[in-house]
Design a protein around this ligand. Structure first.
Ligand SMILES: [Zn+2]
Length: 279
């Protein structure tokens, strides 16, 4: 009994030592936002000279000690960071991650071939996913994300991150983007600056597709475009036109599907806009 009380007292003291404000958890060497959630982008800071590992991998840290990482749709309830000083002394930190509820969304009327692809399609899908994987590879030095993110167009949100998708009655993978409905031909603008990694007029599932690198492993994808207005390798500023809304690939009508990734982790663009709003 006495031991239990002692332990909870230690826990409270530990929490107090981490808690500086309501919105962040702070220790001498680490500052992490307190509102971590599945699908979110974590923007945190470590003291000079320290390194940080997440899931065994060292994270890229900028000159101010800032680093980022993405939490997946089904991320564990605790995020663990290992912080080390230049002498190699390590400290483990764990932070709670809020669980999210995802709805089920049924979509009727997509081309049946995009639900039950034939053998030829399957080969194409494999090729496409390689192109996409390559476009999302690498952790560049760019820090475009620091200026924040804006909506790529104005339009009603018709699909959200994480929902379980049922296409023409067949359960499929969850939806990982945010869908904005807009008339065909509506200009899609870069939500943040970056460099174009992929500009393709016709991928099997996503049709006209643009992928942009915003730096530190963070990237955006724009799907179902009727026209691609940028070329691979092109530098794009925030607000620049990058494509036009369409219904190419697996879509029932014209809309933009905007996705975001941190490395291979799919994150929620709506949460990214909340954590990194543009001025
Ligand atoms: Zn979508």
């Amino acid at each position: 009994m006495a031991l239990t009380i002692y332990r909870s007292l230690l826990w409270v003291l530990f929490c107090l030592s981490l808690k500086a404000t309501a919105s962040e958890l702070r220790s001498d060497e680490l500052v992490v936002p307190s509102n971590l959630a599945q699908g979110g982008l974590v923007i945190a800071t470590v003291a000079p000279g320290y390194s940080v590992k997440y899931k065994g991998e060292p994270l890229k840290i900028n000159e101010k000690g800032m680093f980022i990482l993405g939490l997946g749709r089904d991320a564990d309830e605790l995020m663990r960071l290992v912080v080390a000083n230049d002498k190699g002394h390590q400290t483990d930190y764990t932070f709670p991650v809020a669980k999210r509820k995802y709805n089920i969304q049924s979509i009727e009327g997509v081309p049946q071939r995009t639900v039950t692809p034939n053998l030829e399609d399957v080969a194409r899908i494999r090729q496409d996913s390689l192109l996409v994987k390559n476009a999302r590879q690498g952790v560049s030095d760019r820090q475009d994300f620091l200026a924040g993110f804006k909506k790529p167009l104005e339009g009603p949100v018709t699909g959200v991150y994480g929902s379980q998708r049922v296409y023409n009655g067949t359960p499929k993978n969850p939806h990982y983007g945010v869908d904005y409905a807009a008339p065909k031909g509506t200009i899609v603008r870069a939500p943040a600056a970056g460099v174009v990694q992929l500009a393709h007029s016709d991928l099997f599932y996503s049709g006209g597709t643009v992928i942009m690198d915003h730096g530190f492993g963070l990237n955006s994808s724009f799907l179902h475009l009727s026209a691609v207005l940028v070329a691979e390798g092109q530098e794009v500023k925030q607000g620049d036109p990058i494509g036009k809304v369409g219904a190419t690939g697996r879509a029932t009508g014209p809309h933009l599907d905007w996705r975001m990734n941190w490395l291979n982790v799919r994150i929620d663009p709506q949460l990214v806009m909340e954590s990194l709003p543009a001025e």
